[in-house]
Unconditional design. Structure first.
Ligand code: TXA
Ligand code: MG
Length: 340
């Protein structure tokens, strides 16, 4: 078991991080410790991806099931190729176009990646994060860095250092605080091991964006496939959820909301009727461009207000909203459980 000790936060500039701070964080990684750092998507909880012991520390700190594989972060495409047993032409072209950036490529792994990183599976998820802070840390550590989102398992992903501390304070060695992340939703996860590329987790790099490079639209794993195949175990239901019970509801459904319980409201994609007196606080995120970077922070804020229930009005079912809708379905409970 890890000893629980206070976690330090070091504040750094995202694009010109203090070399001493990077050196200190890299020393922690090299000796098997845990460092939270910002990527462009969410904060990651980093450890040496070549050390089974360090990797076990990630699973322990998060309370993450050992069956859920980790994404391995490298600082360049040159560092990624040797970690894949097969590097198809599609990987080369996708990396050239989207790396550094919010795209994870799932490929057959080499023995350089310990089994604990991949949950015993034969494939590894690889990506090159964009911010200088992340790539400097990887380069200075001299090893690939495995990093899941820096939150306790099943909780909301962190887009600020404060979100990380709320969830993992005392369980990890260091938080590098370089401010809020720019993209705000986790990377698109694309499986390249089959005949046709398959999106395992939608993100801000969309199927249409990928098709421009692949020539064809990738397949998209449906939620029913997920239930039966469980190919990416972390993609189970209620994965990115606030602690407050959250439910999806249309404005029409909300007309029936007359319970005296204290409720917070998150509206995505549309303004609704101004008068909704049953609600204690209301956050509106109108466009996908704006909703993506602020989505998790809005849920963190509403969660902190300790309402009895959170109600979320979902955005329209269009490709631009696909990544947000995916996270919403995971963050909420089934409508039949609604308390009103
Ligand atoms: O944007 C991101 O991807 C962030 C930042 C820190 O890079 N990381 C992240 O990691 O979201 P995590 O562990 O919270 O989510 C990774 C997802 C999980 O659902 C996991 O099951 C899936 O990617 N995954 C990782 N490796 C995989 C593999 N070899 N095959 C299939 N799915 C994989
Ligand atoms: Mg996660």
């Amino acid at each position: 078991m890890r000893r629980h000790r206070p976690t330090r936060t070091l504040v750094v500039l995202p694009d010109a991080p203090d070399p001493d701070a990077i050196a200190e964080a890299a020393a922690i990684i090299r000796r098997g410790g845990l460092v939270a750092f910002a990527t462009e998507t969410v904060y990651g909880l980093g450890a040496d991806a070549t050390s089974p012991q360090a990797l076990r520390g990630i699973f322990a700190a998060k309370g993450r099931p050992s069956t859920n594989p980790l994404i391995v972060h490298v600082d360049s495409v040159d560092s990624a190729r040797p970690l894949a047993a097969d590097w198809p032409d599609s990987a080369e072209r996708l990396a050239a176009r989207f790396w550094p950036g919010p795209l994870t490529l799932v490929l057959p792994k080499t023995p350089a990646i310990p089994d604990v990183a991949t949950a015993g599976g034969p494939t590894v998820g690889l990506r090159v994060p964009r911010p200088r802070i992340a790539r400097d840390l990887i380069a200075r550590s001299g090893v690939p860095i495995a990093a899941p989102s820096a939150n306790r398992s099943l909780g909301l992903s962190p887009t600020t250092a404060r979100h990380v501390a709320k969830s993992l304070d005392g369980r990890i060695d260091l938080i590098l605080d370089s401010g809020p992340t720019a993209v705000g939703l986790e990377s698109t996860v694309l499986d390249l091991t089959g005949n046709r590329a398959l999106i395992l987790r939608p993100g801000t790099i969309t199927a249409e964006n990928l098709a421009e490079v692949l020539g064809d639209l990738p397949a998209i794993r449906s939620r029913s496939d997920e239930a039966t195949v469980a190919r990416s175990p972390g993609q189970g239901d209620v994965h990115y959820a606030p602690r407050t019970p959250a439910y999806l509801a249309s404005f029409e459904d909300l007309a029936q909301f007359d319970r005296p319980s204290r409720a917070g409201l998150l509206v995505l994609g549309a303004t609704g009727p101004a008068e909704m007196v049953a609600f204690g606080h209301r956050i509106e995120l109108l466009s996908p461009e704006f909703a993506e970077p602020h989505f998790y922070d809005a849920l963190h804020r509403l969660d902190e207000m300790a309402f009895d229930v959170l109600v979320i009005v979902p955005p329209p079912d269009t490709p631009q909203w696909a990544a947000v809708r995916d996270r919403l379905l995971r963050a909420t409970r089934p409508p039949e459980l609604r308390p009103w």
